[in-house]
Structure formats: structure tokens, C-alpha cells
Design a binder for this molecule. Structure first.
Ligand code: 8YV
Length: 324
């Protein structure tokens, strides 16, 4: 930026007050106080004066959208760890830097993984609906019997930052940790967990399967019918990563047959409006609306991390979380 000039940052969603205050202090932000969701055309039009865009995963930067962004836009500093909503190859071609916000949301997301695991295993959603609907009429030893997770095997697909924290929390339930990752971890981060070199091998020992890998072409529909067949009967499936890693029809069939006892899902194909309708019909699912990182502490930290990346970029330095 020329000396004395402040970069114009298009902020696509309403961010926490403290994050917007820092934006106002250091940049010329174009804020979105009504938190309106911008369609692609609006996004492109609003980018007209921007040097940078600070989006969430709700804005889609396809190759077409990136190709039509003004040349002035030099960086997309995401307010998210996942960046599957950005065509990074197209961004590279256009010379746009892309950053994300790792680390700061690992604890919050792992908390939600535990909530989903317990909620699914102990039929929390079903029980809660029963109480609310005044349908709780009786108690018996057979009433609302679920799956106990203590001492069972916790299988992690994607032993990255969130997967490792989830594994640590699961150890609190005396669970035995197993994982699949593109490469085996060093002994310290592995912390005694058992590495499996294929997803299929991991599935065979996963009483609870927790999915933490990013959505890529390789992981699309990873949990399909053939893989589900490898799970122990009555397994629990948890997903806090991205909906795209699950073949919904296959999971729903397994939930209906009892092959999978229950699932806890925070992310979905087609979210928010177009998720598979049969999930809503099933009693043995615990469903949340993509709130893995939705805590006050984490929202602030995500915003500050995105701003740290912008600050580095406009100071002529390499942003810490550059992904393209
Ligand atoms: C965020 C997420 O809430 O960071 C991510 O990748 O999936 C969520 O936890 C969301 O992406 C914010 O843009």
C-alpha cells in the first residue's frame, strides 16, 4: 500500500465487535452490519474498491468468481480454518494470496465433537424431544438405553489440530485412540494412539468414528457404503469437519439398519437449506447447525487471526497462515 493509505477490506459477514473495532482502527473496512448473505454477483460488485476480502465459509469463491474479482483484490483472508469454499488453484493463477485461521478453533470444535459423540450415543436428541413434547410417560430399565462410550475405541480420520484435541478429550473417557492420517504423527503428538495406514483398517476398530479431515476431491464421499461395512456393528459416527466427506444415502441406510447405532453431525452436504431430508426423520441422529467454532472466545480469536494475516500481508511479510 502507498504510505499513509489504508487498505480497503471487504468483510462479508457481521464479525465480533472487538474484531470490527480493530478493522476500523487499521483498515478501511466495508462492513456488513445486517449480516446479509451475499450472492456471487453482489460479492463481485462489492469487491470493486477492495484490496482484500475477509470472508466466511458461506461465500463461495469458485474459479468463475475469482476470475471476475477486480485485479485490485490481492488477498482473501478467510475467517475459517476450512477453505474448500475457495478455488485455491484459481486464486494462485490470479495472484491472490489465501489464508485461513487454524489452531484457534480446535478446542471449540473438539468440544462439539464430544457433545455429538455423547448426544448420539446416549440418545440426547430423542430424550430431549420426549421431555419437551410431554411424551415422557414412564420409566423402565429398558427405557432410552444407549451406547456407553467409556473404554471404547475412538477412531479419528484426520489427526490434524482438531483431531488431536478431540482424541485428547476422548482419552478423558478412557477411550483407546486409533487414527488414520496421510502420514503417521511423531510420537509426541501421537501420544500413544494407534496409527492405521488405510481408512478401512481404521474403520474396523472404530466403535466411535470421528471425522476431522478437510473436504477435498480425495475425501468426497469417503464414508460410503463399502467403508461403512467395515465399521463394528453398532458404531457411532461423528462429523465436525465438512459434510462432503459423508455419502448421506449410505449413512442413512446404515442408521436405519442399525449397522450404525447413531450419528452426531454438525456439518452436512447442502447445508443449511438443502440437507438430506431423511436426517430429520431419524431418531438416532443428533444434529447441530455447523456450530463447531461458535463460542465467543473462538469467534474473537478467529477474527484476530484473520487480521494478523492481513497485517502481515500489507506489511510486506509472509502471512502466517498462507494456504495459497
Ligand atoms: C466456521 C468452520 O464457523 O472454520 C471452519 O472451517 O467450519 C467453522 O467452524 C466457519 O467456517 C466460519 O467461516
Amino acid at each position: 500500500m502507498p504510505a499513509g493509505e489504508r487498505a480497503v477490506v471487504l468483510v462479508t459477514r457481521k464479525l465480533p465487535d472487538a474484531v470490527e473495532a480493530r478493522l476500523e482502527r487499521d483498515y478501511e473496512p466495508i462492513l456488513n452490519p445486517s449480516d446479509k448473505l451475499y450472492a456471487s454477483e453482489e460479492l463481485i460488485a462489492l469487491s470493486g474498491k477492495a484490496d482484500a476480502i475477509l470472508p466466511c465459509h458461506t461465500e463461495h469463491f469458485s474459479a468463475d468468481v475469482i476470475g471476475r474479482l477486480p485485479d485490485k483484490v490481492k488477498i482473501i483472508a478467510n475467517f475459517s480454518v476450512g477453505y474448500d469454499h475457495v478455488d485455491v488453484a484459481a486464486a494462485k493463477v490470479k495472484g491472490i494470496t489465501v489464508t485461513n485461521t487454524p489452531d484457534v478453533l480446535s478446542d471449540a470444535t473438539a468440544e462439539i465433537a464430544m457433545l455429538l459423540m455423547l448426544g448420539a450415543a446416549r440418545r440426547a436428541s430423542e430424550g430431549e424431544r420426549l421431555v419437551r413434547a410431554q411424551q415422557w410417560k414412564d420409566w423402565s430399565p429398558a427405557f432410552m438405553v444407549g451406547t456407553q462410550v467409556t473404554g471404547k475405541r475412538f477412531g479419528v480420520i484426520g489427526m490434524g489440530r482438531v483431531g488431536r484435541v478431540a482424541a485428547k478429550r476422548a482419552r478423558g473417557f478412557d477411550m483407546e485412540i486409533h487414527y488414520f492420517n496421510r502420514s503417521r504423527l511423531d510420537p509426541e503428538p501421537e501420544a500413544g494412539a494407534t496409527f492405521h495406514s488405510t481408512v478401512d483398517d481404521l474403520l474396523k476398530v472404530s466403535d466411535v468414528l470421528s471425522i476431522h479431515c478437510p473436504a477435498t476431491l480425495e475425501t468426497k464421499g469417503l464414508l460410503n457404503e463399502q467403508r461403512i461395512a467395515n465399521l463394528p456393528d453398532g458404531a457411532i459416527v461423528v462429523n465436525t469437519g465438512r459434510g462432503g466427506t459423508i455419502d448421506d444415502a449410505a449413512l442413512i441406510a446404515a442408521l436405519k439398519s442399525g449397522k450404525v447405532a447413531a450419528a452426531g453431525l454438525d456439518v452436512f452436504n447442502g447445508e443449511p437449506l438443502d440437507i438430506h431430508p431423511e436426517y430429520r426423520e431419524l431418531d438416532n441422529v443428533f444434529l447441530l447447525p455447523h456450530i463447531g467454532s461458535a463460542t465467543k472466545e473462538t469467534r474473537d480469536a478467529m477474527g484476530f487471526r484473520a487480521l494478523d494475516n492481513l497485517d502481515a500481508f500489507f506489511a510486506g511479510n509472509e502471512p502466517r497462515d498462507r494456504v495459497a
